[in-house]
Design a protein around this ligand. Structure first.
Ligand SMILES: O=C(O)CCC(=O)C(=O)O
Ligand SMILES: [Fe+2]
Length: 297
């Protein structure tokens, strides 16, 4: 007889090229294995999946669920939230607003495979998050640009670009400075292929985003122009999905298949989300050459 729990699960795409909502699941550390494998499959198919109103979750049970997807680990520079083992908290009151396109933690060679994010305090209006499918971005490139991208390597670092940091609005300079000091307490520089081959799906993906700076072999201004062309394919609206949060919602994304952007349009309303990242993957290009750390100080 089929498991009745399995029968309840429903995967409903919410945009054409990325994103699906999963109905009929209560996330927990002892999730039914069949359901878990359907979630994994949905992640490979849709890159980001959403679970509405998982209000039963707290920090500990979010961590317990995350463990099913891989080994959780703390952010390389930002301390974990008090009384948790792995939770990375983004609290708007502390200046933590990720309103920049990025893939999580690409400034180190071991990139998290999955991020599991829970909405804790959500503004009445605003504060949506957008994800983009980096495989579709790669496939959308004209042949010449795709071949160029396949050959390139980019340097990723957590050293803030001050011009970009100005985008963080409605946060005092003091708060911003403090957050930046923590985020940059150790500076990493990592060389990643601009196109990596996904370990599970074998698909090629652009691997860029906010931590990517220089493209090897090109000047700063050439790098900027090259990256802005590639980025424009990642962020074209056809390749994105936007999630309007309610408290308790959970989003899980395949970090090596996506970029995301947290929209900072909620003025001085309070917004808190909590994330666990799991699984470490060292990206490889089509020649199976791996990313590597260049510098840490
Ligand atoms: O605030 C959000 O919605 C996303 C924040 C973010 O970039 C992350 O959790 O990795
Ligand atoms: Fe992020």
């Amino acid at each position: 007889m089929t498991d009745t729990k399995t029968q309840q699960i429903k995967v409903v795409p919410v945009a054409g090229r990325i994103g699906a909502e999963i109905h009929g699941v209560q996330l927990s550390g002892d999730l039914d294995l069949n359901i878990f494998s359907e979630i994994k499959q949905a992640l490979n198919d849709h890159k980001v999946v959403f679970f509405k109103r998982q209000n039963h979750l707290d920090d500990a049970s979010q961590e317990a669920f995350a463990k099913l997807l891989g080994e959780p680990y703390a952010h390389p520079t930002v301390p974990v939230k008090n009384d948790t083992n792995y939770i990375f908290e983004l609290d708007s009151a502390q200046g933590a607003k990720a309103n920049q396109w990025h893939t999580d933690v690409t400034f180190v060679p071991e990139v998290p495979k999955y991020s599991i994010l829970r909405g804790v305090t959500i503004p009445k209006v605003g504060g949506d998050t957008v994800w983009a499918n980096t495989n579709k971005a790669y496939e959308d490139l004209p042949d010449g640009l795709r071949h160029l991208a396949d050959e390139l390597w980019a340097i990723h670092t957590n050293e803030y670009d001050y011009a970009q940091f100005k985008q963080v609005e409605n946060t005092t300079d003091e708060v911003k400075k403090k957050y930046r000091e923590i985020f940059e307490s150790t500076i990493y520089k990592t060389r990643h292929p601009v196109v990596h081959v996904h370990a599970e799906t074998g698909k090629r993906h652009l691997l860029l985003g906010g931590f990517a700076g220089r493209v090897e072999g090109y000047t700063t201004s050439e790098s900027e122009r090259l990256l802005s062309i590639f980025d424009s394919y990642v962020t074209r609206l056809e390749n994105t999905v936007r999630w309007q949060w309610s408290e308790g919602d959970v989003a899980i994304w395949d970090n090596l298949a996506t970029q995301h952007y947290a929209i900072a349009d909620y003025e001085d309303q309070h917004r808190v989300v909590r994330r666990v990242t799991v699984g470490k993957e060292i990206p490889v290009n089509k020649e199976n050459e791996s990313s590597r750390l260049l510098n840490k100080k």
